[in-house]
Write a protein that binds this ligand. Sequence first.
Ligand SMILES: Cc1ncc(COP(=O)(O)O)c(C=O)c1O
Length: 388
Amino acid sequence: MNAPRLDRSPVTTSPTWAEVSLDALRQNFRAVRKHVGEGVNICAVVKADAYGHGAAVCARALETEGAPWFGVTGTEEALALRRARIKARLLLMTGIWKGEEDEAVANNLTPTVWERWHVERLEEAASKKQTVFPIHLKIDTGMTRLGASIDALPPICKAVASSSHLKLEGVSTHFASVRDPEKTLRQATLFEEALGILSAHRLAPALVHMANSAAILSRSETWKTMVRPGIALYGYSRTRAAGAAQPGDAGTLLHPVLSWKTRVIALKEVAAGNAVGYGGTFVTQAPTLVAVLPVGYADGFHRLLSNRGRVIVRGSYAPVAGRVSMDLTTVDVTGIAGVEVGDEVILLGQSNGKNIDAGEHARICETIPYEILCSISKRVPRVYLGGG
Ligand SMILES: Cc1ncc(COP(=O)(O)O)c(C=O)c1O
């Protein structure tokens, strides 16, 4: 066997890393912008560390591209973006918690509100600063999660309308199941009813928003004056995942932003009849070449990929052989010519016409690409390609 190759990825010494293509991110943003048109605002959702891609770097790239708004979960995520000198508007999609209102006002964060106490506390914080502070009201139209129900709306509208330091800049709702046209129509109809109640209280927010990626790609009637794409920016859509995208479908213009790579750190020639890994769940049927990869479930390479997932080595698929353990995974590279220690291995990404994406992992792990991407742990260094 040849001497191990010691070459490494360009900006990390780690043998496992994730490459984030800022070019692909910007391209996906442009595709969304072109699809919805210049007249519709875009709130780029970068919560959960930009679905595992790195919120600060992604937000910086998107801000340079002209993104006016970012959607984050709460104050902590927003303040991290402010510390990273992100100047764009930041929508706190899960609102504020008690005690966070002064920070929200001081840092120009934009809370989603749906309860009286949100309004009262923010009014007090804004009045201390002698400012008029913008807020967005969330309506629960059928998700049964966050938001004021239609019945609860009048008293909240009254509180907002009578507060002299708050301005209702936006109103939103969130779809539970864009695939289901009836449910989605029901939610959209309730939302219109809510807008009517707002209007009766002389509230006319400029930013009306409900569409996530799926609605952006498939239901233009939901775009209103702002949309909130998340997963589409990272290159995934339902039609793309199902392999059902049609030419001209906006989903075909999206490209996965993240590739996940590792290297072969050991090779083992194993005779027939040997068990590989914890529990001996893979037993070699013939002489087998096993490659050991320094990635495991602690990195986010899910244990359900044991004996079911695959990777790409030297342009060929190699199946996971045995259990994925915390830090290591074994793959069967028998028959792949010339495999050496140091070879790059693709966990997510493409090479030589072969492709593994987060949708494939999601199907095997009975989850969604969102969770696969968010689960790639902090231990995996992110390497940014395409400038920041
Ligand atoms: C309120 C809200 N808006 C928008 C999004 C973005 O959704 P998607 O990633 O499906 O585009 C999310 C994500 O879960 C969300 O919670």
